[in-house]
Design a protein around this ligand. Sequence first.
Ligand code: F6R
Length: 242
Amino acid sequence: MNVLVFEDFEALSIAAAKRVEQQVRENSASVLGLATGSTPLGLYRKMSEGITKRGMSYRNVQTINLDEYIGLDPLHPRSYHTFMDEHLFKHVDIPEENQHLPNGKPDSVEEECLRYENLLDSIGPVDLQILGLGTNGHIGFNEPGTEPDIETHCVQLADTTREDNARFFGSIDEVPTHAITMGISSILKSKEILLLASGKNKAEAVKTLLEKNITKEFPASFLWNHPNVTIMVDREAYELME
Ligand code: F6R
């Protein structure tokens, strides 16, 4: 696991965007694994700027997101579909048919999980997977206690996760209780993984991750089982390590 420490969120976002742009320049048909949440917002802004400022194009790229809330229609203002549209897809030239997220309102959640894992296998492997880090160590929505060999599945969100994400909703009561998420083993199929963590509230989780104690109580620790992981953190997220 490589650890890169940056001065602040801006520097981290620039570096992450450079890595993504390099990946797409080397292989214009790259498969990018994407995350939602606050952490990749700077990266997505920089990727959007890359279109106008650096002549980037994503027209042959496929994207596959980690997760989606169950019960939210893709057009719901708080769905991860809408999040990705607002923060990335409407600013770059990825064809709509190449943008993949789980359907949060399927007829059968089980079938949707299977469909999504099959999709991952058919368009994948993911060349570069972007991850954020939950304060409780989750990646995707693989909450503490998740077995590492599970593929895409339905998960009950931890209370801490719903609290953390309440800022995107009016109140915690509006945060869905369940989500569909790629599993740890789905994530580890990626060729390369880039985990981003920013801010003081991630310092404890970053410290725990770097202790290399591989346990299902801290799902991000399974990243130690992957040969090509880089974690990019800013000073605040790294402060307990200095
Ligand atoms: C989002 C996801 C989550 C977030 C994590 C960190 O698609 O899979 O694992 O990456 O909850 O969220 P932020 O970046 O909002 O702190």
